[in-house]
Design a protein around this ligand. Sequence first.
Ligand SMILES: N[C@@H](CCC(=O)N[C@@H](CS)C(=O)NCC(=O)O)C(=O)O
Length: 234
Amino acid sequence: MADLTAFPITGKWPAQHPERIQLYSLPTPNGVKVSIALEETGLAYEPHLVSFETNDQMSPEFLSLNPNNKIPAILDPNGPDGKPLQLFESGAILLYIADKTGQLIPKEAAGRYETIQWLMFQMGGVGPMFGQLGFFHKFAGKEYEDKRPRDRYVNESKRLLGVLEQRLEGRQWIMGDTYTIADIAIWPWVRNLVGFYGAGDLVEFSKFTNVQRVLEAFVARPAVARGLDIPKRG
Ligand SMILES: N[C@@H](CCC(=O)N[C@@H](CS)C(=O)NCC(=O)O)C(=O)O
């Protein structure tokens, strides 16, 4: 039986199953990327809720794993060379899960790098831009009289949706026939943009028919439906 007690994070979130991957998360667009990937691959894991209401992400135990105070994060008792591995940043975790299982990423080098390219497109573009749009449209920033910041992120989000629209022409998924971690990174953010953020009209979502088609296919996957609700909110 693995002993994870040396890792301070397990002091706040004790491992009931220390032989399983420990997931510290919340069902946000970044958080669900990891629960969906874990559900898709069938890896055994134990989810722990990091509540923002009680500022859990700022606790010393959480910061011991991720000094950047953001979910998601994992602790794998059986990492490389059989040693425990702690990891934060959803893109890094997705790549780790793909490599560990040999799933969700093409094996040949060119396809692998192309998948990583689209993963980075999400991490550096879609996530930050859609997130800012959310701030200026739905959260505190919506009170600002000056709409120029909001419009900047609306325009940038539309542009990114246009890039996706073009990429998906004649393709089932981002990488064609193969469903990959690039899809798992991108679709929770698109879903959030038109769902939780309510920005569908603002970005003229109805124009992006390929994007709509693939988003529908993504949410119809049973592993996605499960992962979207993990960890359960208290
Ligand atoms: N680049 C990071 C972003 C993670 C992120 O922004 N997480 C948000 C929730 S979606 C968070 O933990 N916010 C808490 C805070 O900023 O205090 C990743 O992809 O893992």
